[in-house]
Write a protein that binds this ligand. Structure first.
Ligand SMILES: [Zn+2]
Length: 271
């Protein structure tokens, strides 16, 4: 018998005792019309769910569930000589996905940028004997517990060559990972939606809630930007397949300045 299930809206794993998904009931997410609905791996498999895996650059792969089994993220698998990081986590996995990821070297460490991206993190960890790293600041959002989960707060090397840092903003523990070997050694920032790419080339944005369009303050966006710019990167991948392919640090800096000026009211006379 299953001892867990997934929220049908956000895809995050849940033990069987919550009536409503806490993540979706929060103001940063939403309960769908008709209210809470739960699902299981077996139901998703019966619906034809599968994980599509695509190469993004050498040693970086995107994993996306079709049809959507989570918020719709593209999880990222970073391949390193010391083992692989699964960053943000699909809300589904099956034997085909396990075999495909195994061929890429498996998974040594799992980390979500923030609770919306927990997906089926414990299930993925158990398939590969991996450790799940969860921000202590957001630990209370974990709705399925296991011995594989370990807390963290201070910046650390989640694997050699990949540094995890909490910038906050969207969630207090919202994290990014700096993969120094990425972008041919110029450095890649896995930014989750702590920092998101936008359609305009060379720009990014920041939000407390993306679906509900709740902004952050000027002070927080300036802090997130300053802390991100303490890391050395040239390319940025967000959690929905968005990428700033080059000069991403400059994009973060100019975008934070523009965002802060608008939420501070500098341009109110233009509205
Ligand atoms: Zn949910």
């Amino acid at each position: 018998m299953e001892t867990w299930r997934s929220c049908a809206t956000c895809g995050v794993e849940n033990e069987l005792d919550d009536e409503v998904c806490a993540i979706c009931a929060d103001e940063r997410q939403y309960l769908p019309p008709g209210g809470q609905r739960w699902t299981t791996s077996a139901e998703r498999a019966a619906e034809g769910c599968e994980i599509e895996i695509g190469g993004l650059e050498p040693d970086l792969f995107g994993l996306t569930a079709h049809p959507k089994a989570d918020i719709g993220q593209t999880a990222l698998l970073v391949r390193t000589p010391a083992g692989n990081l699964l960053w943000d986590v699909p809300g589904y996995l099956d034997d085909e996905a396990i075999a495909a990821v195994d061929e890429l070297g498996g998974v040594a460490a799992i980390m979500a940028s923030h609770p919306h991206m927990y997906g089926a993190q414990l299930e993925w960890a158990r398939a590969f004997g991996a450790t799940v790293w969860v921000s202590e600041r957001d630990r209370h959002w974990v709705r399925r517990e296991g011995a594989e989960i370990r807390g963290w707060t201070e910046p650390f090397e989640v694997l050699p060559g990949i540094r995890a840092v909490q910038l906050g903003g969207h969630f207090p523990g919202s994290a990014v990972a700096l993969w120094s070997a990425g972008a041919s050694g110029r450095g890649v920032l896995l930014s989750g939606d702590t920092i998101v790419a936008v359609p305009a080339a060379g720009w990014v944005s920041f939000q407390r809630s993306y679906p509900n369009r709740i902004p952050l303050s000027a002070a927080v966006v300036e802090r997130v930007s300053a802390d991100a710019l303490g890391l050395s990167f040239d390319r940025l991948y967000d959690n929905f397949g968005g990428v700033v392919a080059e000069s991403a640090a400059a994009a973060v800096q100019r975008s934070a300045a523009r965002y802060a000026s608008w939420v501070r009211g500098d341009h109110d006379s233009d509205t």
